[in-house]
Write a protein that binds this ligand. Structure first.
Ligand SMILES: CCCCC/C=C\C/C=C\C/C=C\C/C=C\CCCC(=O)SCCNC(=O)CCNC(=O)[C@H](O)C(C)(C)COP(=O)(O)OP(=O)(O)OC[C@H]1O[C@@H](n2cnc3c(N)ncnc32)[C@H](O)[C@@H]1OP(=O)(O)O
Length: 157
């Protein structure tokens, strides 16, 4: 059986590290692109529209999750998110390039505290705080072992 923890992260043709779901397309389908340093360009694709012309809050949280992990991945290639909180300050327009600035607040052993701010011009649209963890080397195989030990699903649930 292939070792689920032995996968390597390959950058896309644009140099962007991609999560498993976006690798086949070769682009980040959340619309997150690293810029300089801790700056990111993010654009909410129209299919993530919640209200008219504005982003679904789940997209905003996912975009922050991606930015914060990508920022930490520059130091540590094995990350997972332990917690993520978002403050939604203004509606976020779809199809507009926005800026996100990430910050590593604290990094000690496996524990990371990170934050980010999403802006359009001078206005802050949303902020995020997250706790990240450096993954244990057996993270995915441990997950698979746990899953394999569960009873098989039935048609009722
Ligand atoms: C989906 C992962 C994606 C990761 C990205 C990888 C590659 C992508 C490549 C390029 C991407 C470019 C940019 C990246 C952009 C975005 C990345 C998104 C990152 C995410 O969005 S990542 C998904 C959401 N985030 C999780 O999915 C974490 C689930 N949370 C845990 O994994 C643990 O919670 C943890 C590690 C936070 C703390 O855990 P710990 O190790 O510090 O603490 P502890 O050992 O005490 O565990 C406490 C209890 O969790 C059980 N437990 C732990 N690890 C386990 C495992 N592997 N399998 C089965 N059970 C496990 C224990 O058995 C115990 O359970 P109990 O209390 O019942 O005993």
């Amino acid at each position: 059986m292939p070792d689920s923890d032995s996968f390597t992260i390959e950058p896309s043709s644009s140099g962007r590290m991609l999560c498993g779901g976006c690798v086949p397309d070769g682009v980040c389908r959340l619309g997150v692109e690293p810029r300089d340093g801790m700056w990111f360009d993010v654009t909410c694709p129209r299919h993530w529209q919640g209200g008219p012309g504005v982003a679904h809050g789940g997209w905003i949280a996912a975009a922050f999750d991606d930015v914060l992990n990508t920022a930490a991945l520059r130091t540590e290639p094995r990350m997972v998110t332990k917690s993520l909180s978002v403050e939604y300050l203004r509606p976020v327009p779809v199809d507009r390039k926005l800026a996100v600035l990430a910050r590593i607040e604290r990094h000690e052993g496996r524990e990371w505290t990170v934050s980010a701010r999403m802006t359009l011009g001078a206005d802050t649209l949303a902020t995020a705080h997250a706790e990240l963890r450096t993954r244990r080397p057996d993270h995915y195989s441990r997950h698979e072992h746990w899953l394999a030990g569960l009873p098989l699903p039935t048609n009722e649930n």
